[in-house]
Design a protein around this ligand. Structure first.
Ligand code: NAD
Ligand code: ZN
Ligand code: ZN
Length: 337
């Protein structure tokens, strides 16, 4: 089969022939139809984070396709089912975190396209118990971005506690951000969207943001504080300075939700203001299998819009560049059909 492989963090991916994987116990082989390009795949291929993947590996954790082969012991899937392969490729099910409904915190987890091969390939292996079921009628090209960008921001809005009458500041209107705006609206909140690119801000307005700020020409802290401050700020920008601005755009008692994972791993957090203003700072990592099912349901019900363009896997390196330059309004999806 054809796959895009990372051989070294300082080299482009190579699209090459590799063996098609056989399903082991509890696993399925999925024939890919689509895989979204998450910025995490770019971080993975560059080795940006403190915990690094081991080259060679195949990225991709927004994979959607059809179950083609079933390994021994699989009881929940049939050949022909359409499934999604998310970042949480496996969790142990037995630890304190798994047992308390927080499987994304499992210390024994495996991550698709990072610690195990992912979906930038014609076929991918998946643990049958950890795939998402794609509802009948949901376009696989839409399902792909929902499998990470969707579920992650759906969960981040839940974690933020946003509700009607709140103002949510969304920093970074990319693949994740364009969906975050919509989930904050579904929660009933008003949205202030911040980015560096005007076309992304136009999109944010179309998707329901009442206020937009281009941080290259205006100070988002001033603009959002003039509105009374944000009750919640969710940061999806690949930028520590955006995290610091998001903190400063909060109202007293507000909540900062960190989601974006820039290579530069630290921000300066003022202790005095955090304490005296009663600020909550929290991280949010993808979502559980139930969160993913809810994300798909909202889309099936017509309540979200996935903005995406398709590319061929052969153009993977050019596609990474397009995202890094901010040239794409929201998501790119590799189309394998
Ligand atoms: P993306 O490249 O599509 O979007 C990032 C957006 O941030 C772009 O629109 C860019 O213009 C904007 N931006 C950059 N600097 C900015 C700044 N200073 N202020 C405001 N906006 C700025 O990326 P994506 O796929 O949406 O992913 C975003 C980040 O989230 C990545 O770091 C990714 O690894 C991370 N991520 C985290 C999780 C999680 O579970 N926590 C899940 C998926 C992705
Ligand atoms: Zn992702
Ligand atoms: Zn566990």
């Amino acid at each position: 089969m054809k796959a895009a492989v990372v051989h070294a963090f300082d080299r482009p991916l190579k699209v090459e022939e590799v063996p098609t994987p056989d399903p082991g116990h509890g696993q399925v082989t999925v024939k890919m139809e689509a895989c979204g390009l998450c910025h995490t795949d770019i971080h993975a291929s560059h080795g940006d984070w403190p915990v690094k993947p081991n080259p060679p590996f195949i990225p991709g954790h927004e994979g959607v396709g059809i179950v083609e082969r079933i390994g021994p012991g699989v009881v929940n899937l049939d050949e022909g089912d359409r499934v999604a392969i998310p970042w949480l490729g496996y969790a142990c099910g037995a630890c304190e975190h798994c047992a308390s409904g927080r499987e994304t915190l499992c210390l024994n987890q495996r991550n698709s396209g990072y610690s195990v091969d992912g979906a930038y390939a014609e076929y991918a292996l998946a643990e049958a118990a950890f795939v998402g079921r794609v509802p009948e009628g949901l376009d696989p090209m839409d399902a792909a971005p929902l499998t990470c960008a969707g579920v992650t921001t759906y969960k981040a809005v839940k974690v933020s506690g946003a509700r009607s009458s709140d103002l949510v500041a969304v920093y970074g209107i990319g693949g994740l951000g364009h969906l975050a705006v919509q989930y904050a609206r579904i929660a009933g909140a008003s949205v202030a969207a911040v980015d560096l690119v005007d076309s992304k801000l136009r999109l944010a307005r179309e998707l329901g943001a009442e206020c937009t700020v281009n941080a290259t020409t205006e100070d988002p802290v001033e603009v959002i504080q003039a509105l009374g401050g944000a009750d919640q700020a969710i940061v999806l920008a690949v930028s520590p300075s955006a995290c610091e601005q998001a903190f400063r755009s909060l109202k007293r008692g507000g909540t900062l939700v960190l989601v974006g994972l820039p290579a530069e791993n630290h921000i300066r957090l003022p202790i005095f203001e955090t304490v005296l203003q009663g600020i909550t700072v929290t991280g949010s990592i993808v979502g559980t299998r139930v969160d993913l099912a809810e994300t798909f349901q909202l889309h099936s019900d017509g309540r979200t819009r996935v903005v995406r363009e398709t590319r061929r896997l052969g153009d993977v390196n050019e596609s990474f560049e397009e995202i890094e330059k901010g040239d794409v309004d929201a998501r790119l999806v590799f189309d394998f059909r």
